[in-house]
Design a protein around this ligand. Structure first.
Ligand SMILES: Cc1cc2nc3c(=O)[nH]c(=O)nc-3n(C[C@H](O)[C@H](O)[C@H](O)COP(=O)(O)OP(=O)(O)OC[C@H]3O[C@@H](n4cnc5c(N)ncnc54)[C@H](O)[C@@H]3O)c2cc1C
Length: 564
């Protein structure tokens, strides 16, 4: 149980609002540099934009067109840092750009961009790009549309297949350095006195209790609530009255949707970075966890931030464009296994085309709004989270009038950091291979890294936890218990969608719901009523956010999706 009393008694230097990747990186950097930190997240960690991205750790080739060289350089440097400090979570991925006559960019323009990308990543360990002639491209990608094909460019970027676990490991490291991190805790009010925030109120959904955190004289508040930044700024209170921190809109979010499909005829074995035929927008077809992640769209969004869903039109657009570039795919709505949608927390820019709004992040100090100890993050990518954490912590030290110590995060490995030749892997294989399938052992080390040994140790005392949740997938019951006991998971969705990606692989997670609930009953003290409630909440979330409307509209789908 959480000790809210202790939290209320503690004098924090830094309170971080929002447990997405940027809030997590800020909490980690600040805690590692000796500050006392509280992070509060209203949902599960990474439950916002962080879990809805394309999961690429990339330099942003496209930003070169807008002359954002600084942003590209920064992202490429961060890509390299992540490949070294989190090799189990961020891996190289080969990208291929097919080039067509009549496209927005010519072969030579793309080649020039590629050369610049290589120059800006001069210190990388990944290979440089290569250009492919039409003949070579046709040889390597036989199923790719040949009409007006001129050739291709190939290069490497990074991929965080489990972006949610990246966020989690950053938070575990923050916690190990002394930070208090709370999920399912919503900030409900920011108390203003004079030109400062002096405290905040929050509601803890786990303890079902409201509590107050008083801020000592020097303390600062860091608002990393992504697309919710304006909402959080609206929580300002003075003398019991609501007085928003700022009356200017900061975020102009755009919605981006993805679809997930199984391997299809002609599926590429590298990621394809393609220009859509219908509107010239770039989109990705990315090999991901044995399936294909296809996206995204980019649409202005003003709807409910807590319920964002891919429209049927967006699904059709992504299917159609994929079929154009890989005609043998012949994808249809029936092939879509999962959809997800998120809102990019971009700076508000009236009248600008969504794609042209800068992806560079801004630290918005609210001194100009009359609050001197608050900063909000506007923008920011998955790729550059560590840099954001470093900058935010520098800002906090300066605000507190303290000397800024160097950040250790450029070199510090994440808790699960491990390379395939590590002897801990071999030892675990020897110890568990009679009880756990070899594919499961491989999967556990790929995803949990060095922490896989802690998952496996659970089966020493509770042998039934070695059982698979479903025969077709390597996941075992021990992961459910590990998520609840050691990774701050509280709900079934936390497990299927963020500690693992089972929701995206097993019929929206319905195929594994019963064994998960059974494990929770047997090992985590859940009773039948709690399991039933959990199943209903799970179904509601999936219907509101992930299952396409056209699926929900058919009677047949209703039957196949019934879980318990
Ligand atoms: C479709 C799409 C594709 C993308 N693809 C990529 C990509 O391939 N590579 C890349 O680098 N970037 C990508 N991005 C961008 C990247 O995902 C985001 O910029 C990044 O994840 C933002 O992280 P964040 O921590 O700032 O925000 P979030 O992850 O949104 O976190 C903010 C958190 O604040 C919490 N919160 C809100 N209000 C409160 C409150 N009152 N109290 C407590 N907590 C609160 C929310 O619940 C949320 O979890 C993509 C984004 C989208 C939408």
């Amino acid at each position: 149980m959480r000790d809210l009393q202790a939290i209320q008694r503690r004098d924090y230097d830094v309170v971080v609002i929002g447990g997405g990747v940027n809030g997590a990186a800020t909490a980690r950097d600040a805690a590692l540099r000796g500050l006392s930190v509280l992070l509060v997240e209203k949902n599960d960690f990474a439950g916002g934009t962080t879990s809805w991205s394309t999961r690429l750790v990339h330099g942003g080739l496209r930003y070169l067109e807008y002359f954002e060289f600084h942003l590209v350089r920064e992202s490429l440097r961060e890509r390299e840092i992540l490949l070294k400090t989190a090799p189990h979570l961020v891996q190289p991925i080969q990208m291929t750009i097919p080039i067509y006559g009549g496209g927005t960019r010519s072969y030579w323009e793309i080649q020039a961009g590629m050369i610049l990308y290589d120059v800006l990543s001069y210190d990388k360990t990944l290979p440089n790009h290569r250009m492919l002639s039409k003949a070579k491209m046709q040889q390597l990608f036989r199923a790719v549309d040949r009409d007006q094909l001129k050739g291709a460019a190939q290069y490497y970027d990074g991929q965080a297949e489990h972006a949610e676990r990246l966020c989690l490991e950053i938070l575990l490291d923050a916690q190990a350095a002394g930070a208090d991190v709370l999920n399912y805790t919503t900030v409900t009010g920011l108390q203003r006195q004079g030109d400062r925030l002096t405290g905040l109120t929050a509601y803890d959904q786990i303890a079902e209790a409201e509590f107050t955190v008083s801020l000592p004289a020097q303390a600062v508040v860091i608002n990393t609530s992504g697309p919710w930044v304006d909402r959080v700024l609206g929580l300002g209170q003075r003398d019991g009255q609501t007085v928003p921190i700022s009356d200017q809109r900061k975020i102009g979010g755009t919605k981006g949707s993805h679809i997930i499909v199984n391997h299809f005829p002609g599926a590429p074995n590298t990621a394809l970075y393609v220009e859509a035929k219908s509107d010239g927008r770039p989109f990705f077809i990315v090999p991901w966890c044995g399936q294909y992640l296809i996206g995204t769209t980019d649409l202005k969004y003003t709807g409910d931030l807590d319920r964002v869903k891919a429209d049927d039109d967006e699904v059709d657009y992504l299917i159609k464009e994929t079929n154009q570039v890989v005609p043998t795919a012949r994808l249809s709505r029936q092939d879509v296994k999962f959809t997800y949608s998120g809102v990019r927390p971009l700076p508000y820019a009236e009248g600008k085309k969504a794609g042209s709004i800068s992806r560079a992040h801004i630290l918005n100090d609210h001194t100009e709004d009359g609050v001197s100890n608050l900063v909000s993050l506007i923008g920011g990518k998955l790729t550059t989270h560590r840099q954001v954490g470093e900058e935010m912590t520098n800002w906090a030290f300066k605000k507190m009038g303290k000397k800024v110590p160097p950040s250790p995060t450029r070199k510090r490995p994440l808790p699960g950091c491990i390379l395939p030749d590590d002897e801990r892997i071999e030892t675990a294989y020897q110890r568990y291979r009679d009880r756990v399938h070899i594919n499961t052992l491989e999967y556990l080390f790929n995803v949990y890294g060095a922490r896989a040994t802690s998952v496996l140790e659970l089966i020493d005392d509770r042998p039934d936890l070695a059982e698979r949740l479903i025969e077709t997938h390597p996941h075992i019951r021990a992961e459910v218990v590990f998520a609840m006991e050691q990774e701050m998971a509280h709900t079934v969705l936390d497990f299927t969608r963020r500690r693992t990606v089972l929701a995206m692989q097993t019929n929206y997670g319905y195929d594994v719901l019963e064994p998960i609930l059974d494990t929770l009953r047997r090992h985590c003290g859940w009773d039948d009523a709690k399991c039933q409630q959990a199943a209903a909440a799970y179904q509601q979330f999936m219907e509101e956010n992930c299952i396409p409307d056209y699926v929900l509209a058919t009677a047949m789908a209703g039957r196949s999706l019934q879980a318990v």
